[in-house]
Design a protein around this ligand. Structure first.
Ligand code: GDG
Length: 756
């Protein structure tokens, strides 16, 4: 299908949002096409109408295939179909019961259900598939809002070079709130597949940067608002959305004049019926106004228009009940024979009618408890074509960041809001005009077109990338942590950390530079290095070839080090023979390039060179043989590790080294840095959480318990190099003499430097 209306020269746009701009509803007379409600459609639909392109979304009903072609909006639409149960879990569930309240910092209302999450993942994948199918690779792909936080990653997997951008229409909450989500990292990773992520205001962008840095260990440049994660750089920007100012203004000019001259002043509220909009709080503030300033009774009416929204979610039904009751109570309390304080309409009106309501209102009372931006505030301003009214606006709406001339209120402060409203109702013409003129000028200038042009220019602009990881980063991450009072205990994995992974372990040699950096670091009086590997201990020692280091082999089952007794886990004795037996049983799977690395008590089945078509079968058989032999099978890089089922891992080995070497109060004098790239290093990351700074090397797609990530071995080199040059520590006591302490699991014998 050809793209219509495409502007010459401009890249086409592919928009993905939860809803298509039209909802298709089955009625007695057939399928009706109705504009979808909400700010997102109001903002983006006109852009596609002008530029052309494709809009991907959920049609909101069981629309028969082909139905969408009938639409004549000037752009293509592609439906993402969902079953009823998927809508219930992905849309009403995870999107509206989990993400919506959380993003608005209303944590008490957020529900966490794993099946909702699973459906959210699946539907986001589906959006990704439709986007990939509909795209020819030339478009700017523009994904909208919290329903689709994972879709960028699913598109990126298929289209590594796509121009991918995202705009979030809601607030983004602080780190302490976002991390309540059990799936916070997955969502952040999903978003970071984009080249550009836009938020309404700088504060939300700042919160996001904080989250990716602290939860994902991503590298963040606060000054330039750039995030580097997995070798890709994402720009983070604030783009406050605007409205179609001229159109609203024209609607207001054209709307028929009010039929009779009014005696009363009108205070107007317009919202989707949503608990974030603060409607009950607004009514209470209005009630308080009538209490505190009885002169307004019979002279002021609050006209509240509430558009039905999300009525499948219990919270919204309860809110509706609460609002009905509050209106009833306040009207019952103050109404007279010819005046009702609140006129409440639970329905939507046409845009034309809405413009007339905005125009004729004396005050707009916009009091969300939290709001990404709030378009109503802006639309009111655009429609003020007659005698100027006053905008009373919650300071918790994104719009309050730029609309400085409003009367700002805190909606949680009922008395304060009532006083703000009183001031608005009493304000003289001169002040009203100066405030409204300034507001109108800004909104006319920063209108919807301005927002779209600005965002799309940035999305199409050149890709930025952070300079390679360097001293400034390590300084920021580690300088305070490694203050001069502490010794440094540096733990390093070998393969994939100190050397790149190779097709055979014997080829994984230390580079000259890495060797030099290690030597320089080890030569310092305030630094102890331990290399902690899955290799056999003699093997790893031979690869590193440096005296004065501590070595842990077989994932820490054996340890030899300076100033500490040699350690061999006491249970190993039971596994010597079994390991030989297991090795013999596995030999029959040493085919097609697979081979077995015998490492004493443990062994590894390597399948890197095995052809794809037989790989899975061989791995499965190897696992089963390992398990039958009473060993544990663990994933490693293109390999399966067979480990004795002893409650011991790299985490415990680190603890053993720390306690033996520095005593039980080690954390008072020693700072720990651990760098590893492997699944087995995760045991150490988990153990050290909160006690150390840990780095996971390699792909950002694997989840990790490490504090931070390093992209590759060269970044590890930069880190070790920086550590070797950091300022000297003040002299610290020599390692604890109670190093012969027995952990209860161990058989120890005194080692000497020469033994290492
Ligand atoms: C989200 C964010 C952000 C309302 N009643 C009628 C009607 N409306 C239109 C308004 C306005 C829109 O709905 C509401 O927009 P808001 O911005 O106030 O709120 P959300 O729907 O929550 O929007 C919000 C926005 O996205 C954009 O990024 O500002 O913070 O939550 O345009 O005019 N329209 C018509 N009849 C009605 O009765 N025709």
């Amino acid at each position: 299908m050809a793209v219509k209306n495409q502007k010459a020269g401009a890249r086409p746009i592919l928009v993905a949002s939860n809803r298509l701009p039209y909802t298709f509803v089955r009625t007695a007379t057939g399928i009706e096409q109705r504009p979808s409600p909400g700010g997102l459609v109001a903002a983006v639909e006109p852009v596609l109408r002008k530029r052309g392109g494709t809009w991907i979304g959920w049609p909101g009903g069981d629309l028969p295939e082909g139905q969408l072609d009938a639409d004549d909006a000037g752009y293509r639409v592609a439906a993402v179909e969902m079953t009823e149960s998927e809508v219930s879990r992905y849309y009403h569930g995870f999107s509206n019961r989990t993400l919506w309240p959380l993003l608005h910092s209303m944590t008490d209302r957020a529900r966490f259900a794993v099946r909702d999450w699973e459906t959210y993942v699946r539907i986001n994948e589906r959006f990704g598939e439709v986007a990939v199918r509909e795209s020819d690779g030339s478009e700017i792909i523009w994904i909208h809002d919290y329903h689709l936080l994972l879709a960028p990653a699913s598109i990126r997997r298929e289209r590594p070079d796509a121009r991918l951008s995202f705009f979030l229409h809601t607030p983004f909450p602080p780190y302490d709130i976002f991390r309540l989500l059990p799936w916070d990292r997955e969502l952040l990773r999903g978003m970071l597949a984009c080249d550009l992520i836009g938020f309404h205001v700088r504060g939300y962008a700042q919160n996001f940067l904080d989250c990716v840095e602290r939860s994902l260990g991503a590298r963040v440049n606060q000054d330039e608002m750039l995030v580097e994660y997995g070798g890709r750089t994402t720009k983070i920007e604030s783009h406050p959305i605007g409205i179609e100012f001229d159109e609203f203004e024209q609607l207001a000019i054209d709307a028929p004049a009010a039929s009779q001259s009014r005696r009363e002043q009108v205070v107007l509220g317009v919202d989707r019926l949503d608990y974030t909009k603060g409607i009950p709080e607004r009514f209470k503030a209005f009630e308080r106004l009538l209490e505190l300033h009885p002169e307004h009774r019979e002279k002021v009416t609050l006209l509240q228009l509430a558009v039905p929204s999300r009525s499948q979610v219990a919270e919204y039904r309860n809110l509706k009940r609460e609002i009905d009751e509050t209106v009833g109570r306040i009207n019952g309390r103050f109404a007279t024979s010819n005046w009702s304080p609140i006129r409440y309409l639970y329905r939507s009106v046409t845009r034309k009618r809405l413009a007339a309501l905005y125009r004729d209102a004396d005050v707009a009372l916009v009091t969300p408890l939290r709001d990404g931006m709030n378009l109503v505030a802006k639309e009111f301003v655009a429609c003020q074509v007659g005698p100027p009214g006053v905008l009373v606006l919650s300071k918790l709406a994104g719009a309050a960041n730029t609309m400085r001339e409003v009367l700002r209120v805190n909606p949680y402060d009922v008395d304060g809001t009532a006083e703000g409203l009183h001031r608005a109702l009493e304000m003289g013409e001169h002040e009203r005009r100066s405030r409204m003129t300034a507001l109108r000028n800004r909104e006319r200038r920063d209108d919807l077109e301005h927002w779209v042009t600005g965002f799309l220019a940035s999305a199409a602009g050149s890709r930025r990338s952070l300079v390679p990881l360097g001293d400034a980063d390590f300084e920021a991450w580690l300088a305070d942590f490694l203050s001069r009072r502490y010794r440094l205990a540096l733990f390093l994995d070998y393969d994939g950390t100190l050397t790149p992974l190779t097709d055979h372990p014997s080829k994984a040699k230390l580079s000259k530079k890495m060797r030099g950096a290690l030597e320089a670091c080890a030569a310092r009086d305030d630094t102890d290095i331990a290399v902690i590997s899955g290799r056999a201990i003699e093997d790893v020692k031979a690869m590193v070839k440096q005296p004065n280091l501590t070595f842990a082999g077989n994932h820490g089952l054996q340890i030899v080090g300076t100033d500490m007794p040699e350690f061999i886990h006491e249970d190993l004795i039971h596994y010597r023979e079994r390991a030989d037996e297991l090795c013999r049983s596995l030999q029959k799977l040493a085919v097609g390039g697979a081979w077995i690395e015998a490492k004493g008590p443990t062994l590894t089945y390597h399948y890197r060179a095995v052809a794809d078509d037989v790989r899975d079968k061989l791995i499965e058989e190897a696992r089963s043989i390992i398990q039958m032999a009473g060993y544990q099978d663990r994933d490693a890089h293109c390999a399966v590790e067979a480990r004795p089922p002893i409650g011991w891992d790299k985490g415990r080995a680190v603890l053993h080294i720390l306690r033996t070497r520095y005593g039980p109060a080690w954390s008072e004098s020693v700072r720990v840095v651990y760098v590893g790239d492997d699944q087995t290093d995760e045991d150490a990351f988990r153990f050290l959480a909160g006690l150390a700074t840990t780095f996971r090397v390699g792909s950002p797609d694997t989840s990790t318990a490490a504090t931070r990530r390093l992209p590759d071995v060269s970044a590890v080199l930069s880190l070790i190099d920086w550590l070797s040059r950091r300022p000297e520590s003040e002299p610290t006591p020599t390692p604890a003499s109670e190093s012969t302490r027995d952990s209860g699991h161990t058989r120890t014998r005194q080692s000497t430097r020469s033994q290492t």
